[in-house]
Design a protein around this ligand. Structure first.
Ligand code: PHE
Length: 390
């Protein structure tokens, strides 16, 4: 409280003795202090897997998000205030994203939550954001259930019914009729993507020779792969995350299986290449953007990201992390406030926002409608093949 305001309170007229008064004053000031401080910056919470099994997801999205926040702050912030990004690491562990989101909501009183990349982890956060009526924007979770949680939950990426269709059509394009699926039963993302791929694949006249399952963290896939080998397949669809997918590719090759392997955005990590080595040569996957797809927005972003993060090439999570913060800031500007209900409405009204990963328009279910990119591994490098419009 500024001293001038204290003087203006006409202290002598207060009816209680001085001791009580000074107590009152101390209490009043203490109560006021956090409120005053909270107004200095706009606190945004971020939940990311900075360590653990999917560490590259969290590190990438965090680097993109932070780059956006730094750019916004360098330009003066929004509504006359700077952003403060409060990041919590969930260590890629089940249960930790809920704990992290609770901390950010209750202790830090963030005005919005950014995160998570993985759908199962976003599904831990979403009910908490919804219950508190604090907007949440997932950069990269593609399972439909995430935003179905409620009207305060958004994402800046496409959803898996689209991604599954993209890869089913890709299979047709490559002439793969008989496909085997190897998916993770403990990841919402994998369960969903397997289902959506299967629906389109079967509807298009394709067949499934085998459907095998694994669980997150598994390291030995030989039993499932042996069953797939016996059933035969033109190609194997593996809708999982990079650690398991790289091991699956290695073990398939060890078993003498030479079929093409293909999957979704969960494959995208430099670690896929380091773990998988020669076994991932020629795999295909769909994702949200490709750094070598030479649009000017992508080129500008790649340049800025490399300058900020030791020449690292940004992957899809980095680009989506960046877009998630920019979409949130844009909504704040349009809302003219960080008031949660108004911010929610502004997010819902996001239209043709020019992001790095394409134009973002929120549909009625708070999902962004976007194109997908198909990437292959060629000479040990991720190589852009084609873009697929929604
Ligand atoms: N789409 C994945 C999920 O929902 C996460 C992911 C996004 C992985 C982008 C890689 C790239 O779980």
């Amino acid at each position: 409280m500024p001293p001038a305001l204290l003087t203006a309170m006409k202290l002598p007229r207060l009816p209680f003795p001085s001791l009580t008064f000074s107590l009152f004053l101390t209490t009043a000031l203490a109560a006021l202090a956090p409120a005053v401080r909270a107004q200095d910056t706009i606190k945004v919470g971020e939940v990311a897997s900075l360590t653990g099994k999917e560490a590259t997801f969290g590190q990438s999205s965090h680097k993109g998000t932070l780059l956006a926040i730094e750019e916004l702050n360098a330009a003066g912030g929004v509504l006359g205030k700077k952003f403060e990004l409060l990041t919590e690491d969930n260590q890629s562990k089940a249960g930790e994203s809920a704990t992290a989101a609770r901390k950010l909501l209750a202790r830090d009183k963030v005005v919005a939550l950014l995160g998570e990349v993985a759908s199962s982890r976003s599904l831990e956060m979403a009910p908490l954001a919804q219950a508190q009526k604090i907007p949440m924007v997932s950069p990269a979770s593609t399972n439909p259930k995430v935003t179905e949680t409620g009207n305060y939950v958004f994402r800046v990426c496409f959803i898996d019914p689209f991604q599954g269709t993209v890869m089913a059509k890709f299979a047709v394009q490559r002439g793969w009729k008989k496909v085997a699926i190897l998916s993770s039963s403990s990841s919402a993302y994998s369960v969903g993507l397997a289902k959506y791929f299967k629906e389109t694949h079967l509807a298009g006249g394709g067949t499934l020779s085998a459907e095998q399952k694994y669980a997150e963290g598994d390291k030995d896939f030989k039993a499932q792969l042996t069953a797939i080998k016996a059933a035969g397949a033109d190609a194997i669809f593996v809708p999982g995350y990079y650690t398991e997918c790289a091991l699956i590719a290695k073990q398939a090759r060890e078993l003498g299986m030479n079929q093409p392997l293909f999957g979704g955005d969960g494959w995208e990590s430099e670690s896929l290449l380091t773990i998988g080595g020669a076994a991932v040569e020629g795999v295909f996957f769909s994702t949200h953007y490709a750094p070598d797809n030479a649009t000017s927005a992508v080129a500008t972003f790649v340049k800025k990201f490399k300058a900020r993060w030791k020449d690292e090439t940004p992957d899809a999570m980095a680009a989506l992390g960046y877009d998630s913060a920019m979409v949130l800031a844009d909504a704040m500007k349009r809302a003219g406030t960080t008031d949660a209900a108004k911010l929610r409405n502004a997010l819902a009204a996001t239209k043709a926002f020019a992001g790095v990963t394409g134009q973002a328009t929120m549909d009625a279910d708070r999902n962004a409608i976007k194109a997908a990119a198909i990437i292959t591994v060629k000479n040990g490098k991720f190589t852009f093949m084609q873009e697929v419009a929604p």
